[in-house]
Design a protein around this ligand. Structure first.
Ligand SMILES: *Cc1c(COP(=O)(O)O)cnc(C)c1O
Length: 345
């Protein structure tokens, strides 16, 4: 199977399994796991932040950030297509009593600066207190688009002017850095906290990292424990994360090139329109034209018959994600497969 549903489907390679098997471990709740400590140190320095925390998942990483920055009844400003808003089971509200104030995500993944300013509450006993702004980079639902450093700085300025925290859901921040050809530390310099996933394009089996200032991370460590995310000999998985940062991070550019190759191959295919002719990172979003006979569910089934797995994003929209395990040959096979299906339809 050529699995393009997500970059989360990557499996640990034999080399990574070897590193896992030989990892040095200790009790991380006591702060004694050398592999976890090394992963946290390397992650913090990679992103130019003071400290970092290893967390079981990206969802928990975002939740820990929200709960650390905000008290019950506080309000966060975020996009209406944000992963935190749409795909994290309402954790901020359910577990933190935190109010989400959504404003429209623009096509390029940004929030209008003016919309952000208008959404910030003035001091009045009727209002919840605004505490935090959240951005997402790359922006998953907006086609995997990368937010620029200039934009992130502008939002950082608004946050500072109003004594708000700025959190970045950077599940794919290294894809963004690769897309923009930037040092990831520069890209996240304006934010107070950033979460990234080791378990997506980086190819580790489990884990995410939350980075920020020392005081923030210390408090986040308590919140992680509260949520049940304190892990003991977590060095076994942290070792995979270290391997991923060293060996797989430089390969993200290949995923981007393959997404572009895929889009180029699909550009002329009748019945299909691409969200972006040049995919901004490792995702190709495609829309099935109204006159095309299949909808996304039917198209997915047809693809599966050809050994290709894709994701459904809407009634007539699909998402194909390139990652570590997708080869140039796979891309050629997928283009051919889709051409055959559309020729029949
Ligand atoms: C995957 C993802 C997350 C959550 O990560 P999990 O490890 O799946 O919980 C958060 N934000 C974005 C943008 C993501 O794509």
């Amino acid at each position: 199977m050529i699995d393009l549903r997500s970059d989360t489907v990557t499996l640990p390679s034999p080399e990574m399994r070897e590193v896992i098997a030989n990892a040095e471990v200790g009790d991380d709740v006591y702060g004694e796991d050398p592999s976890v400590n090394q992963l946290e140190d390397e992650s913090a320095s990679l992103l130019g932040k003071e400290a970092a925390l290893f967390i079981p998942s990206g969802t928990m990483g975002n939740l820990v950030a929200v709960l650390t920055h905000c008290e019950r009844g506080a309000e966060i400003i975020l996009g209406n297509k944000a992963h935190i808003f749409l795909n994290e089971a309402g954790g901020a509200a359910a577990l933190g009593g935190i109010h989400s104030h959504t404003i429209p995500n623009q096509k390029d993944g940004t929030l209008k600066l003016d919309d952000i300013k208008k959404a910030i509450r003035y001091d009045d006993i009727h209002h919840p207190r605004t505490r935090m702004i959240c951005l997402e980079n790359t922006h998953n639902m907006c086609g995997g688009v990368a937010l620029t450093v200039e934009y992130t700085r502008s939002v950082g300025e608004i946050a500072r002017d109003h004594q708000l925290k700025l959190h970045l859901d950077g599940a794919r921040i290294f894809n963004a850095a690769a897309a923009l050809d930037l040092d990831p530390a520069e890209l996240v310099e304006p934010v107070d906290s950033v979460m990234f996933c080791l378990s997506k394009g980086l190819g580790a089996p489990v884990g995410s990292i939350l980075c920020g200032e020392v005081d923030f991370i210390q408090q986040a460590r308590r919140i992680r424990k509260m949520l049940g995310g304190g892990m003991r000999q977590a060095g076994l998985v942290a070792a995979a994360g270290l391997f991923a940062l060293k060996h797989n991070l430089p390969l993200l550019k290949d995923d981007q090139r393959r997404a572009q190759d895929l889009a180029r191959g699909l550009m002329e295919v009748k019945g299909i329109s691409l969200m972006d002719k040049i995919p901004p990172s490792n995702m190709v979003y495609l829309d099935l034209d109204p006159e095309f006979s299949l909808d996304a569910v039917q198209m997915k089934a047809k693809l599966k018959e050809k050994g290709i797995l894709g994701g459904i994003e809407g009634e007539r929209q699909m998402r194909l994600v390139t990652h570590l395990w997708i080869t140039d040959q796979d891309i050629a096979d997928v283009i051919l497969g889709i051409k055959e299906i559309t020729a029949e339809g």
